[in-house]
Design a binder for this molecule. Structure first.
Ligand code: SF4
Length: 389
């Protein structure tokens, strides 16, 4: 295991060459590498086939977009531009296929473009269920996942594969447990777990196999428990809206430096949104469907039925003893921005202070955000709940 988990995780985030994935391929010749777009994909299906699932979460702050802009209108978020840019550079050419979860029109259109641009690679547009009933939406989704498994395997999944799928579910249950322990420590003692390090550790799940990622998370958690650090006079905030295109690490650090401990968030949400372990006894495809429908948190991309997103956010604020909410949404992100007014109304009614800003993954100027987050923090420290009025 790496002696400094935080710097290893930082290296993984900064790596632009795909060297870690290449090294994995060399160690596992012939095993499939499968990419998946945000915000959630059943990674277990790839692990059960002996493969590696790699999250394609955009190009980040430093990627120069040369070709990507030509494929999209100006009023579209930034993520698909950098994904196309990386694809045109050949970053994913060794991948067996790519999964596009049905979270928004942008991802759907990107899946169609991929079929035209990269015909040598299979594309799975994964229809996440819009019906919460396990017997209807769950059955449909289990069928979708069987189809995905047959694409990853190159044949129909058999009983032996289903056993391996159960083992993969158990593995990602352990991975979620490790991430939850770290998140609980971060929430209880944020001064011991700098947010940028915590984020890098979570983010490493995009490229590492869960076996390795669990070790990384546990080593970092263990080291953080005994870290010498003084608590700061920061307010506690929930960060909402950043589940897909990611803000830069500099932006996250800016929020914290402006006096806000981020104690709960929806960054990279699909990697850590399990509320309870998924079942490891039932049919594994149905267990994944049940897990998505019944054992995962609410999310902007997930159909909620009559469940109340505002009440869910307020519960999170109260559970985390948060002082307020910062809405951070990617520019032009429909799923994030469409629900924001409803969530803000719910917070207003509950007298919970909130503020909001938009970003793109390549936003590198933080002065405005520093002032906004700093003012938010100061106003809460000075006036408490009155700041919401
Ligand atoms: S940032 Fe929003 S609009 Fe863009 S791909 Fe992600 S979910 Fe879709």
């Amino acid at each position: 295991m790496h002696t400094d988990p935080a710097s290893y995780a930082r290296q993984l985030r900064e790596e632009t060459t795909g060297a870690t994935i290449e090294a994995w391929r060399r160690k596992n010749p012939g095993a499939p590498v499968v990419g998946y777009l945000p915000a959630y994909a059943p990674r277990e299906i790839v692990y059960a086939a002996g493969g590696l699932a790699v999250g394609i979460w955009g190009g980040g702050l430093t990627m120069e977009i040369v070709q990507g802009d030509a494929y999209f209108q100006s009023y579209i978020c930034h993520l698909p531009r950098s994904v196309i840019e990386m694809a045109k550079m050949g970053s994913f050419k060794a991948y067996a296929g790519i999964v596009f979860p049905s979270i928004c029109d942008v991802i759907r259109n990107l899946s169609g473009m991929w079929k035209v641009l990269f015909p040598g690679q299979w594309v799975k547009y994964l229809d996440l269920p819009q019906n919460l009933d396990l017997a209807t939406g769950g059955r449909f989704y289990a069928g979708e996942m069987r189809h995905l498994a047959s694409m990853v395997l190159g044949r129909e999944p058999d009983g032996e594969y289903e056993e391996r799928l159960r083992a993969a579910i158990s593995l990602t249950n352990r991975q979620h447990e490790a991430m939850s322990e770290l998140s609980a420590l971060r929430s209880a003692e944020p001064h011991r777990v700098p947010f940028h390090e915590y984020y890098d550790i979570l983010r490493a799940a995009l490229v590492l196999h869960p076996e390795e990622h669990i070790q990384l998370v546990q080593a970092y958690t263990q080291a953080s428990r005994v870290r010498e650090a003084k608590p700061l006079d920061n307010i506690r905030v929930v960060l909402a809206g950043a589940f897909c295109e990611q803000p830069s690490i500099g932006l996250l650090r800016t929020i914290e430096r402006a006096g806000c401990y981020i104690v709960n968030h929806d960054l990279l949400l699909g990697l850590h949104f399990r509320r309870a372990p998924f079942d490891t006894e039932m049919d594994p495809f149905e267990a994944l469907a049940d897990g998505y429908l019944n054992r995962s948190k609410m999310a902007p991309f997930k159909y909620q039925g009559a469940r109340d997103r505002g009440a869910d956010l307020i519960d999170t604020v109260r559970r985390e003893r948060a002082d307020g909410v910062i809405f951070a949404s990617p520019s032009f992100c429909d799923p994030s921005l469409l629900e924001q007014p409803m969530l803000q109304d719910a917070l207003d009614e509950a007298s919970i202070p909130h503020t909001s800003f938009k970003y793109a993954e390549n936003t590198g100027q933080y002065q405005g955000i520093r002032e906004q987050a700093g003012t938010f923090s100061d106003s809460i420290r000075l006036w408490g709940e009155e700041a919401a009025r």
